[in-house]
Design a protein around this ligand. Structure first.
Ligand code: ADP
Length: 500
């Protein structure tokens, strides 16, 4: 066998990458699909758009690489997380669109759960904080709002799945109803310590157990791609949520290793070890991965924090402010000045997440003087991405007592060298950009290959992972302190702004 296929099912596009044994890309294909916004704050996907776009890219990549399906060792899959689907066990027809992780429709229910004081039990069992983001309240919404759905679910006629389960169920022609520990861990229904669905959480959310998929380690037999798709049966044996696959794909295999993905938002994960650490700063506790019995069978955990406005801050400079003509332009403009001249931009456009957690915070620009220029503001906006990441990483270090030795980075905005340099300056540790930025696809390809023995547990990933550029800290501790103090005063001025 020569190849591993990685299916990377993201929020806005589906991708397939075919790797050879040395993790060289042999062929790839990508397809965007529709985002549905039926009401303000609601986000949905058509379940068949998810499935068909993924299948189209699989077929396209196979064709481009002229790959014989019999040469494929295994399929790995990394998916957008939390997005919720419910379908009929017999016909396979979804009873509603996929409710996407970004969708806020269940915020009022989540508010009521908080009022009932369910915070602590939910955090202790699931590692999560109560939020509309996670799948549990989305399943409940479908059962409460689709006519007949609750009765059908109680009669055992309906199945729930995150995107991984939906894809596998279809790719195996209904033979496998399964998920992996990392996706299960984002439902608010899963006990991350016992690795079981949790009856108390299920009853809080009013969800029948019969709907739920079987949960497996990330490296496991998830089923066989049905022969009807490519003309050969291929085992699906690596599955993970996208951020977890990226953490592994970044070779963050030691405790205290961390990665930050700088996309529209930023996703930071730090691997913390084989016991869950429950955060005091309201970070999420999440499974990092479970490589299964062939690699010792001990699940690994991580802390996760996200930043709502990462690259989105740069899009705002471009689209709303008209201060730059392209995202890449932000670097050139920011370089016109040597620092932000005391200007701070706090991009709290949608409130602030970890560690502030203030949904009433709003964006602000402070420290303007008569000499403040476009370049100062652009630079301050870029720096804000690094400041926010700094705050999350500090909270992670406080929760774990672990000292960060370096930060691995990926995502679109890592193309910005000024941002990467400033991130390193603030953290006082190297910021490391890998040669291959397809960390998500690589992670799930490794999971699949580990299960079949194509790869050993962590040796290949450690050998194959290469840095493209390392940014080293280059600012004095005094200068760093002045900037952090300035940033925190700016954040204070943004807090609570929209509270009536
Ligand atoms: P996503 O997966 O969330 O769509 P990507 O990883 O593709 O995001 O990254 C896109 C984001 O990165 C956009 O918000 C864009 O503004 C930002 N970005 C891209 N290039 C640069 C750059 N050179 N400097 C700063 N931000 C950038």
């Amino acid at each position: 066998m020569k190849y591993i296929v990685a299916l990377d099912q993201g929020t806005t596009s589906s991708r397939t990458i075919i790797y050879d044994k040395d993790m060289n890309v042999v062929a790839s294909a990508q397809q965007e699909f529709r985002q549905l916004y039926p009401q303000p704050g609601w986000v949905e996907h058509d379940p068949y758009d998810i499935l068909n776009s993924q299948l189209d890219t699989l077929r396209a990549a196979m064709e481009k690489g002229k790959i014989d399906p019999r040469d494929i060792e295994a399929i790995g899959m990394a998916t957008q997380r939390e997005t919720t689907l419910v379908w009929d066990r017999t016909t396979g027809v979804p009873v509603y669109n996929a409710i996407v992780w970004q969708c806020r429709r269940t915020a009022p229910f989540c508010e009521s759960l908080k009022q009932e004081g369910a915070d602590l039990i939910i955090q202790r069992r699931s590692g999560l904080i109560i939020d509309a983001y996670f799948s549990g309240s989305k399943i409940k919404w479908i059962l409460d709002n689709v006519p007949g759905a609750r009765a059908d679910a109680q009669a055992g006629k309906l199945l729930f799945g995150t995107v991984d389960s939906w894809l596998i169920w279809n790719l195996t022609r209904g033979k496998s109803h399964v998920t992996d520990v990392t996706n299960a861990g984002r439902t608010m229904l899963f006990n991350i310590s016992t690795l079981q669905w949790d009856d108390e959480l299920l009853s809080l959310m009013g969800i029948p157990r019969s709907m739920l998929p079987e949960v497996k380690p990330n490296c496991a037999d998830f089923g066989l791609l049905d022969r009807s798709f490519l003309g050969a049966e291929i085992p699906i044996c690596g599955v993970a949520g996208d951020q977890h696959a990226a953490l592994f794909g970044q070779n963050c295999v030691n405790d205290g290793d961390a990665k930050n993905t700088y996309g529209t938002g930023c996703f930071l994960l730090m691997k913390t070890g084989d016991k869950p650490i429950f955060s005091k700063s309201r970070l999420l506790t999440t499974l990092a991965w479970d490589l299964g019995p062939q690699c010792g069978g001990t699940p690994q955990y991580a802390l996760e924090g996200s930043i709502f406005m990462g690259g989105a801050t740069i899009q705002w400079l471009r689209d709303e402010m008209g201060l730059i003509s392209s995202s890449a332009d932000s670097e050139k403009v920011a370089q016109q000045v040597s620092d932000s001249g005391g200007v701070y931009v706090v991009p709290a456009f949608a409130g602030l997440g970890a560690p502030w957690w203030d949904m009433y915070a709003r964006g602000t620009i402070v420290g303007l003087t008569r000499g403040s220029s476009r370049a100062h503001i652009v630079r301050a906006a870029l720096e804000a991405i690094a400041f926010q990441s700094y705050d999350v990483l500090k909270a992670m270090q406080a929760d774990t007592g672990m000292v960060l030795k370096g930060l691995k980075v990926d995502g679109g905005a890592t193309a910005n060298n000024l941002l990467m340099q400033f991130q390193s300056d603030l953290l006082g540790v190297p910021v490391i950009r890998p040669r291959s930025i397809e960390t998500t696809a690589m992670g799930c390809a490794y999971f699949a290959g580990i299960h079949t023995g194509f790869f050993s547990c962590t040796e290949e990933i450690s050998e194959n992972w290469r840095a493209n550029r390392v940014f080293r800290p280059n600012l004095s501790p005094d200068d760093v302190e002045v900037r952090i103090t300035g940033w925190h005063s700016a954040v204070e001025r943004s807090l609570g702004w929209a509270k009536k």
